[in-house]
Design a protein around this ligand. Structure first.
Ligand code: HEM
Ligand code: PLO
Length: 488
């Protein structure tokens, strides 16, 4: 009938001159929910204008996979925005950097460094267990009092990524750690939120509180990164590779010895610093956020917590610590982690992608330069794919017999997919499994008497964070007697 796929424009929101601001002004809902609501009127895939930029919003998994996997390379670009440019020295990092040979090279380097730790003598597992153990000691001390676990969870996660990036770690109360917590929260609160300056860059010339905070926080972060870099240069040796920063330094030196300009291969000091900055930042903010969500849900659903503990008691007992090789034997814990990542995805809109050439999604044409937002929230809350998507039910990830994992829907991409898939997926999964199994083997998490349960809505930003809450970590029956209490 003359229909050619890919020659139609997607439904489009009325293009008002300031539609960008309209999004945040017209709706009380955060963008991922608002974009999900707009599906009713415009369908699963629609476009809108933010300032002069055309944005395509994708709300179902078929189209999402076409963008991320089938046409992954075409949609592998990243937009430049005022706030991410400030954070990354104009896109010299991996996550917000555009598709280029430099970007590919740095992704490969990080991948290599992460693999080295998997096989190397100090395996990631050992590092995570060391931190889990130290965290459990602190929880034992603060037992029975209401505490915000966030700082301790974050310190544990930070130390894992610190070991990976800088071969260092932080003690409790370390001033540098406290300052990192502060600047990082400041960055999360202000970067990549599609605020007005990102839509209308000329607004930068006016005083802007958020931008001022971002500049301040980035400058504190940059000083920290620079310090680590200088320290590494001093005791660097070609023969030992202690961490990611050493791996990057080695690549830089070898390119310099071969007389290739570091500019050409993207191994300038800026690029090195921004790559470690990404891994350090992502390593800290993502995993700690998921741990905070997990604990919030566990106190809301004590029956889920009990079931995980039963599984831990049956499969591991109280005489030894959980280890990575137990992962296959603890399907209910694994299912709970998957359900947390479904119901509260860390990155509900992923990071925007950009079409590097003219292309299409489904039956619609997409012009080069269009920004594509994958609404992971819609994928994870799609009623056609998930029964009662708002309900927290780890059981949905189990097979029919309930003794192993199943795959309930293809509409599940917590780490993205394709060319831009998360670089830390394997690391994050190891951490989530080990930290949660260590905690729940020993402690039961409860709300302090008379306090309301944690809020489950979340604050939208570059990561979807839960609001602060306090819980009580109660040592489980018989734990004082466990041999693990003596030498943990
Ligand atoms: C990108 C999720 C942990 C490093 C991403 C993306 C998502 C994601 C959704 C964007 C994919 C896209 O734009 O298409 C998560 C979740 C985590 C997690 C749910 C924890 C549970 C980590 C960790 C690291 C990391 C621990 C570091 C070791 C990165 C990097 C990118 C990325 C570097 C950018 C990749 C690129 O643009 O090429 N992650 N992440 N992530 N993640 Fe993660
Ligand atoms: C978190 C705050 C840090 O201070 C800087 C930083 C670097 C990398 C970012 C991360 C922040 C937030 C989560 C991001 C990560 C890169 C990939 C990851 C965006 C801003 C996700 C989930 O996509």
């Amino acid at each position: 009938n003359g229909f050619v796929p890919g020659n139609r424009s997607p439904p489009s929101l009325p293009s008002l001159p300031i539609i960008g601001s309209l999004l945040s002004l017209v709706s009380d809902s955060p963008p991922h929910i608002f974009f999900q609501q707009l599906q009713k009127k415009y369908g699963d895939i629609y476009s809108l204008m933010m300032g002069s930029h055309k944005i395509l919003i994708v709300n179902n998994h078929h189209h999402a996979k076409e963008v991320l996997i089938k046409k992954g390379k075409i949609f592998a670009g990243r937009p430049r925005t005022v706030t991410t440019d400030l954070l990354t020295r104009n896109g010299k990092d991996i996550a917000f950097g555009d598709y280029s040979s430099t970007w590919k090279f740095h992704r490969k380097m990080v991948h290599g460094a992460l693999c080295m730790f998997g096989e190397g003598s100090v395996s990631i597992e050992k590092i995570i267990c060391r931190e889990a153990s130290s965290m459990c000691e602190v929880l034992t001390e603060t037992q029975n009092s209401a505490v915000d676990l966030a700082p301790e969870l974050t310190r544990a996660v930070t130390n894992v990524v610190c070991a990976l990036c800088f071969n260092s770690s932080y003690k409790r109360g370390d001033a540098e750690f406290e300052s990192m917590l502060q600047y990082s929260q400041g960055i999360v609160d202000t970067v990549a939120k599609d605020s007005l300056v990102d839509i209308f860059p000329w607004l930068q010339i006016f005083p802007n509180k958020e931008l001022r905070i971002l500049r301040q926080c980035v400058s504190i972060r940059d000083n920290l990164l620079q310090k680590k870099y200088e320290e590494h240069k001093v005791d660097y040796s070609d023969n030992v590779q202690r961490d990611l920063l050493d791996a990057l330094l080695r690549a830089k030196r070898s390119s310099e010895n071969n007389n290739t300009s570091s500019q050409d291969v993207g191994l300038t000091e800026d690029h090195l610093l921004m790559t470690v900055g990404d891994i350090f930042g992502a390593g800290v903010e993502t995993t700690s956020t998921v741990l905070k969500w997990s604990i919030a849900y566990l106190v809301h659903y004590p029956q889920v917590q009990r079931k995980i503990q039963e599984e831990l008691d049956n499969k591991i007992g109280k005489d030894r610590h959980p280890q990575l090789s137990d992962r296959g034997n603890l399907p209910y814990l694994e299912a709970t982690i998957r359900e947390v990542l479904r119901i509260r995805p860390v990155s509900p809109l992923l990071i925007p992608h950009v079409a590097l050439q003219d292309s299409s999604v489904g039956e619609y044409t997409v012009q080069k330069g269009t920004r594509v937002i994958i609404n992971l929230w819609s994928l994870h809350h799609d009623e056609k794919e998930w029964k009662n998507p708002e309900l927290f039910d780890p059981g949905r990830f189990l097979n029919e017999e309930g003794d192993g994992l199943g795959c309930p829907s293809a509409s599940y991409l917590p780490f993205g997919a394709g060319v831009r898939v998360c670089l830390g997926e394997a690391l994050a999964k190891m951490e989530l499994f080990l930290f949660l199994s260590w905690i729940l083997q020993r402690f039961t998490l409860e709300m302090p008497a008379g306090k309301p349960l944690p809020d489950l809505q979340g604050k939208f930003g570059v990561v979807l964070q839960p609001e602060k809450y306090k819980v009580i970590a109660k040592l489980r029956a018989d734990w004082e007697k466990s041999p693990l209490m003596q030498h943990c």
